[in-house]
Design a protein around this ligand. Sequence first.
Ligand SMILES: Nc1ncnc2c1ncn2[C@@H]1O[C@H](COP(=O)(O)OP(=O)(O)OP(=O)(O)O)[C@@H](O)[C@H]1O
Ligand SMILES: [Mg+2]
Length: 269
Amino acid sequence: MRPESFEGAAPYVEFRGVEVAYNELVSGLRGVSLTVKKGEFVFLCGPTGSGKSTLLKCLSREVWHTSGTIVLAGRDMNRVPARDVPLLRRQMGIVPQDFGLLTNRRVWENLAYAMRACGKTKREVRQMVPKILEQVNMLQRADAFPRELSGGEQQRVAIGRALINDPPLLLADEPTGNLDPDHSVEVMELLLQLNQKGTTVIVASHDMPIVERFGKRVLLMELGKVVADTADLNSSRVHEEIARALSMPEGHATLDGEPFDRDQEAENA
Ligand SMILES: Nc1ncnc2c1ncn2[C@@H]1O[C@H](COP(=O)(O)OP(=O)(O)OP(=O)(O)O)[C@@H](O)[C@H]1O
Ligand SMILES: [Mg+2]
């Protein structure tokens, strides 16, 4: 029997006043409100610890919000019981910040294992694994173990694994985090191709050159809040922040860490 599906309602995301209190002292989100339309491509930017991963994990229910409302594909997450979470996750592709590949399994086994866990038959697995590996340009490395792959190749396998259910929503956490610029562009182009086929894509990224290059909507996060959104025509803040990050010298082109002291740099010059 086909399991209950979240299909039907258009896949889109809405956060209203969402808070995540990890404990009494640490908040992951402090009142996030946002809407992502079906088919959009959105970057989540912001300094380390600003809540990007927490926001993505709220959608995949790895983190349960402590107040506010999250609606995904027309469904109020507060009303999704824990037993439905695995089913909910099959409606989205998740590319975690650390790739999350099984190190003792070959590339094809990583995909096959995830497919079997989603209830696919052995026959479906045999048919789909090569197709997906081809889609992410990793078919030639199907027999490799993750340790034998470059960071970019591992990232492509992780994206492939996220595609096994042909999800309407793809969540990618720092997909270019460990990649050189060429591989970053390659991975982003793969995500863009998926978006062009209709997948809604949300990408958490520090990678300002990439964010700038692809010119998509940017939500800027700070201290657990969305503080600017390029979709808001009155907001020039995100562009200023991106320009500021890009004007930093090599190795500092992030929104991360200590503010760059330009006066000090001028004195040192
Ligand atoms: N499991 C957890 N338990 C307690 N606190 C957590 C947990 N996960 C994240 N936090 C805290 O929540 C805040 C937001 O973290 P989050 O990982 O969402 O940030 P981020 O923007 O993804 O950062 P980065 O750019 O470093 O990946 C940080 O203060 C972090 O220390
Ligand atoms: Mg993160």
